[in-house]
Design a protein around this ligand. Structure first.
Ligand code: MD3
Ligand code: FE
Length: 218
């Protein structure tokens, strides 16, 4: 028996990266040092573009609250999902991407093999205990060759990483404060979601989880 068999049910580790798929990596703690600056920037963004519960085209209110930063922001209503340059609550542009966001997204993407990543959108999701995100694909962006970079802050969550079909088996990946995940190439359109959050209060954020996802939407 090889050590590969012994650890067959573990994720393979390559330095501090956990390999989720052919082009998907967890960078454990990559954003830890920047977390206070990232959270201060989120607060400033939320003063101009408050967190809100979007309504899906099917008429359901999402349990996750969200806002956006960048030249494009993701929105949803009865008419569908789309990226828009203006916040529909204010009819003003979304707050621009702060330097600390841009630098972290670019550095994390480069670390995972995607040099030159320049996002134009950051979706900011806010979870409280019991909140979940059901399995979905992210397909509202123009260019699937760009990766998505995600930053987890606050309470831990179980990320569900599926395959290319909704019914494919999902891997359960715990994500902690400061973790960064990069998804690209052949993994870009895989189904994914977040299991209902358990209450594990975090020193900086209390009973909340904030997730930033950086995208090239336009
Ligand atoms: C894998 N957010 O906002 S981020 C989303 O933790 C979203 O808030 C989750 O899914 C969260 O759409 C997960 C990670 C993520 C984002 C996009 C992906 C993983 C992805 C696209 C393809 C594959
Ligand atoms: Fe998603």
């Amino acid at each position: 028996m090889t050590t590969g068999d012994l650890f067959a049910d573990q994720q393979p580790v390559d330095d501090a990266r956990i390999v989720l798929g052919p082009a998907s990596f967890v960078l454990r703690g990559f954003a830890l040092a920047d977390a206070p600056a990232l959270l201060a920037a989120v607060e400033a963004i939320a003063q101009r573009a408050p967190f809100r519960h979007m309504v899906t085209p099917g008429g359901f209110e999402m349990s996750v609250a969200l806002t956006n930063s960048g030249s494009l922001g993701w929105t949803s209503d009865r008419r569908g999902y789309r990226y828009a340059a203006q916040d529909p609550l204010s009819n003003q542009p979304w707050p621009p991407l702060p330097d600390v966001f841009l630098r972290l997204a670019r550095d994390a993407a480069a670390e995972a093999g995607f040099p030159g990543f320049t996002p134009d959108a950051c979706l900011i999701n806010r979870y409280v205990p019991g909140t979940r995100l059901s399995l979905h694909q992210d397909r509202d962006e123009q260019d699937y060759s760009a990766p998505i970079v995600s930053v987890s802050l606050g309470m831990p969550a179980i990320f569900l990483f599926g395959g290319h079909k909704r019914a494919d088996k999902t891997q359960r990946v715990p994500l902690f404060h400061g973790d960064v995940v990069v998804w690209g190439g052949p993994d870009r359109l895989r189904y994914h979601g977040v299991a209902p959050l358990k209450e594990h209060p975090h020193p900086l954020l209390g009973a909340q989880r904030i997730n930033l996802t950086f995208r090239k939407a336009g």
